[in-house]
Structures are given as structure tokens and as C-alpha cells.
Design a protein. Structure first.
Length: 393
């Protein structure tokens, strides 16, 4: 078997890259270890930057997004029982859109079905080889039969636990783990807010997001070793009411249809490329979800790599492929610092004693008062939250 590009991973990054390649007339095959049902059922991020929305529109992949996406003009920052609005449109002339990753994957996969794309689910023993040569190969087991496929390029879109990053000799990881996690719920209740609410409370961080006009997405800061079994629905709603509550506003409660605890961590690989192998998305980096950057970072990688692949495979110009890792990481480190800043700003941190804990909290309140009181600070937040450029010429 032979193709031009072998994409390992059928998440949003792999599926979107497939569409970019199809549009350019470049042959590809996508290999996915999980089942189709599993891929469609994963619940992940839900905020798209302006650049992500623009990229999907340019590719003609925004029909479902235009129908179901919710455009937001900013966010609310809440502390000391007071809510402050950060208006992105006023500050930087941009918006963000609420559109769940699950919905995006469903739409991208449906479009691949319509095109007849070669996507193989539930493959096993995936192993990329020959990365330093001009014709790399991927061996795998498909329906019990051992096979392989040769290509010109291999793309690792297989996430943090995938096989592609470990295939790069000498690759290093830079990581930071946070001593808390997010308990997230999906609730069948209309959102109680227009724009997302980020709240600092003495008990811990809380957030009110949404997935649609009928489904709310809410989060609580919990200990890193917390068990979901210790958090009944009643306890969750009580904590949300306490941390999100302000005078004259009501948090509406509803049936909890999904709940889980997500660890908070940052991770960046030392390189995003080796020979004919290129990494995108979670295979190369992970951010804590506070800044809503995970999915958007993956899309940014794909847009950058997609352009480089088209130039390299169709125009024999491989300068973009040679510069891909440096360009992707340069943007990613800016994203990392913003996500870290948002996370440090809005979460209660451990301290050796009550006095140190109070000092840290009061310092956070001071920083939030500065951000909400300074147009320049709000503009910086809005510029980064609504999204840095995907490609810098």
C-alpha cells in the first residue's frame, strides 16, 4: 500500500488535516486505534478562537458551526462577589465561538464519509519506521491482518499517549503539573449566563460555560487526588452556587448527565518534527484548560503544517516543513504562558500556613483588580484569549 501522507490519529487535528490535504489533491490515509464510536463520543473542549472559526470557514467546513455555534463577545471575571465583563469586540474587534469538540469531530468525519476518505478505525500495533529516509512507512494490524503503508510523510496526530512522539530519537519533554484538578459536569439546563464566567473564590475556582442553549458546562477546582465518588450532584451544585453566586443573579440547576475530574498540567515536546515525521496537537503539547487553548493549538498546528505539506509535496518547496517545528513551538510557548497565567491567576493555591494562603489570595485579588481596571491589561487578555495569529509571515 502507498499514499502520500499517513496521518496517525482521527481526532480533530488528524481529520482537519485530511480535509486540507484533500482540498489540495494530496492523497492520505488516516489510522485510528480507537473505534469510530469512541472517537465520536469523546467530550472535550468547547471554545473556538476567531482564527479557528476562520480556518474552518475557509475550508468550507463551518456549516454545522454556523448553525449550532454560539458567538461570544467576551468573558466575565468574577472575584470578591463582583462580576466584571471583558469585552473582546470592544478591545480587539474579535469574538470566540462555543462549539464542542465532539460536534466538530462529528461534522469533520461526516464530511470525510461524503468524500470517501480512507480512514481505518481500530487498527493495532501501529509503528512508524524509516523516518530518516525519503519513504517512511507505518506498519499496523487491521482486522487481524498485519499490513503496512508507505508514504512521503507521516503525521502524528495521536495525542499524548500515542506512538509517534516516542518514535523521535532524543526527544525531551518540558512539563508542569498543578496540585489541583477540574471537576466538570454537563447539565441539562439552559445556561445562566451570556458569556463564560471565570470566578476566583476563597473556596477555589469555578467556571460557567455551555455547550448549547439547552446544555450547560460547569467546572470546580478540586484537589488533584479528589475522587468523583465523593462529589454527589447535590454537593457539586452547592459548591457552584457558593463560588459563582453574586447578588441579583441565579444559577439554574438541572440534571447532571456527565461528570469527571480532569488533571491540570502543561507539557511541551522539545521538537515537533524528525525527518519525515511531524507532530500536531496533543502529541506535541498540552495546556491546562483555563485559557481554552488545547483544541485551538491543534488547529493552529494543522493550518501551519497543512500549508507546509502542500508547498513541499506539490511545489517541491520544503522550507515550510523544515521550519515547521520552530514556528509551531514559538506560537505554543506564547499559548503556554497565557494558559499558565490564567491558571495561576484564578485558582486558590496551597500555602504552608493560613497567613501565607491569605497573602496569596489577596495578591490574586489585587491582580484581578488591576486587570479589570486597566484597559491595556484587558486588551492583552482579550488579544490572547480570542487567539494569536496561526501563521506569522
Amino acid at each position: 500500500m502507498r499514499t502520500q501522507v499517513v496521518i496517525i490519529g482521527a481526532g480533530p487535528a488528524g481529520l482537519l488535516l485530511g480535509h486540507i490535504l484533500h482540498r489540495a489533491g494530496i492523497a492520505f490515509t488516516i489510522l485510528e486505534a480507537r473505534s469510530r464510536e469512541y472517537v465520536l463520543g469523546r467530550i472535550r473542549a468547547g471554545v473556538l478562537e476567531q482564527g479557528s472559526v476562520d480556518a474552518l470557514a475557509e475550508l468550507g467546513l463551518d456549516a454545522d458551526l454556523r448553525e449550532r455555534g454560539l458567538t461570544h463577545h467576551g468573558i466575565h471575571l468574577q472575584f470578591e462577589g463582583v462580576r466584571h465583563h471583558v469585552d473582546f469586540v470592544d478591545l480587539v474587534g474579535r469574538t470566540v465561538t462555543i462549539y464542542g469538540q465532539q460536534a466538530l469531530v462529528r461534522h469533520l468525519l461526516a464530511e470525510h464519509d461524503r468524500l470517501g476518505s480512507d480512514i481505518r478505525f481500530e487498527v493495532a500495533d501501529v509503528t512508524p519506521t524509516g523516518l530518516d529516509g525519503s519513504s517512511p512507512s507505518v506498519s499496523f494490524t487491521d482486522a487481524g491482518a498485519a499490513t503496512s503503508i508507505d508514504g512521503e510523510v507521516i503525521v502524528g496526530a495521536d495525542g499524548f499517549h500515542g506512538v509517534c512522539r516516542p518514535a523521535i530519537p532524543g526527544i525531551r519533554s518540558f512539563e508542569r503539573s498543578f496540585p489541583f484538578g477540574w471537576l466538570g459536569i454537563l447539565a441539562e439546563v439552559p445556561p445562566s449566563t451570556d458569556d463564560l464566567i471565570y470566578a476566583l473564590h476563597a473556596d477555589g475556582f469555578a467556571m460557567h460555560s455551555m455547550r448549547s442553549l439547552e446544555v450547560s458546562r460547569l467546572y470546580l477546582q478540586v484537589d488533584h487526588d479528589a475522587s468523583i465518588d465523593d462529589w454527589s450532584d447535590a454537593r457539586i451544585w452547592d459548591a457552584l452556587q457558593t463560588r459563582l453566586g453574586v447578588d441579583g443573579w441565579t444559577l439554574h440547576e438541572g440534571e447532571v448527565i456527565e461528570k469527571s475530574i480532569t488533571p491540570m498540567r502543561s507539557f511541551v515536546a522539545s521538537t515537533m518534527a524528525h525527518g519525515r515525521l511531524f507532530l500536531v496537537g496533543d502529541a506535541g503539547h498540552i495546556v491546562p484548560p483555563t485559557g481554552a487553548k488545547g483544541l485551538n493549538s491543534a488547529i493552529a498546528d494543522v493550518v501551519l503544517l497543512g500549508r507546509a505539506l502542500v508547498a513541499g509535496l506539490q511545489e517541491a518547496d520544503e522550507s515550510g516543513l523544515r521550519g515547521y517545528s520552530d514556528a509551531a513551538l514559538a506560537r505554543q510557548w506564547k499559548v503556554q504562558q497565557f494558559s499558565e497565567w490564567m491558571t495561576d491567576l484564578l485558582h486558590v493555591h496551597d500555602a504552608p500556613d493560613a497567613s501565607a494562603r491569605e497573602f496569596a489570595y489577596r495578591s490574586q485579588v489585587g491582580r484581578l483588580e488591576y486587570v479589570t481596571g486597566s484597559r491595556a491589561a484587558r486588551q492583552s487578555l482579550a488579544e490572547q484569549y480570542a487567539g494569536l495569529p496561526f501563521i506569522t509571515e
